[in-house]
Ligand binder design. Structure first.
Ligand code: GLN
Length: 303
């Protein structure tokens, strides 16, 4: 595969779309990010990195962290998790409450906020420090020993996170929280606030592209659990945009409201795109164009 050619096609297709969409303004720290930035990086399973644009500018990982937190819980052969969260697309916004109420506090999947809070809560119960478990994983897989939570973003999420608070207390009311709500939320908000670059995200994504093998060659996840994560990314990774993503791109993809997108081509590569402007579903607008071009140029769609 001529990845260099693929990245060049991505960069030229995306050019007129840079700056499109709206930065997430419900988290004040994200509202300050310059929307006219864009980066794309492909990490291949044979260890090469292909880059274009702002690939070394850190941004908030946000919901892309949910895929790695899930990997950590599944790596512990935790069977309790699937009693607490389902594996169905939601068709609702990532921070929706209505479905959660109707379905007795059991979230549809681990990637909407409710489900991700359950995963963070479970990881906290399992490890005693969910953020640190994630920090260690991300540092090792990105190769950046200084990777850290952006405390300004974390504080901003904590201060404005009432919707997530409502979701969590509703779940607690249904008996679906293991830790005190504010403690679990503190870990969830900080998990979302890790600062990461496109180049680092692509490298970390190889964990999933390699079916659970870590950068040092050891196994974190059973192959089957890595497959479960890609299935969930495909069905739920871009929330109520997942249908359109399957149609346009056809790859397991996880988005974050920081404007990051991570897609994997199992056995071949991981691709990260970052453009802070979001579409109506909360997925990066320019990033979507980038992934669509990437999938077409490399004939990567699984469909
Ligand atoms: N931290 C964000 C929130 O809880 C994550 C949402 C997202 O990236 N889609 O709202």
């Amino acid at each position: 595969m001529d990845y260099q050619h693929v990245i060049e096609q991505v960069m030229s297709a995306v050019q007129p779309h840079i700056g499109e969409g709206a930065v997430a303004d419900y988290i004040p720290g994200l509202a300050k990010v310059d929307p006219n930035q864009f980066g794309c990086a492909i990490a291949s399973v044979d260890g090469q990195l292909y880059t274009g644009g702002d690939v070394d500018v850190p941004f908030a990982i946000e919901s892309i962290s949910k895929a790695f937190a899930l990997a950590l819980v599944l790596s512990r052969k935790d069977t309790e998790l699937w009693k607490r969260v389902r594996r169905e697309p939601s068709g609702m916004a990532f921070n929706d409450l209505i479905e959660l109420q109707l379905e007795n506090g059991i979230p549809r999947n681990p990637f909407i906020n409710a489900g991700a809070i359950v995963v963070a809560d479970q990881l906290l119960a399992d490890t005693g420090d969910a953020v640190n478990a994630l920090r260690e994983l991300l540092r090792a897989e990105t190769g950046n020993p200084a990777l850290e939570v952006d405390s300004v973003i974390a504080e901003s999420e904590l201060r404005t996170g009432d919707r997530n608070r409502a979701i969590s207390y509703l779940m607690a009311g249904f008996g679906n929280m293991r830790n005190p709500v504010e403690l679990a939320l503190d870990h969830y908000f900080r998990q979302c606030s890790f600062s990461i670059t496109c180049a680092e995200l692509a490298k970390a994504g190889l964990l999933i592209a390699r079916h659970g093998l870590r950068a040092d060659g050891s196994r974190l996840l059973a192959r089957e659990d890595a497959r479960h994560i890609t299935a969930l990314m495909t069905m739920c990774g871009t929330y109520d945009g997942a249908g359109e993503y399957a149609y346009r791109i056809g790859l397991p993809t996880k988005s974050g409201v920081g404007g990051g997108l991570l897609a994997v081509v199992p056995d071949q590569c991981a691709v990260a795109a970052w453009g802070p402007g979001l579409d109506a579903k909360g997925n990066s607008a320019a990033g979507g164009v980038a992934l669509e071009t990437f999938a077409r140029a490399g004939k990567f769609s699984v469909f």
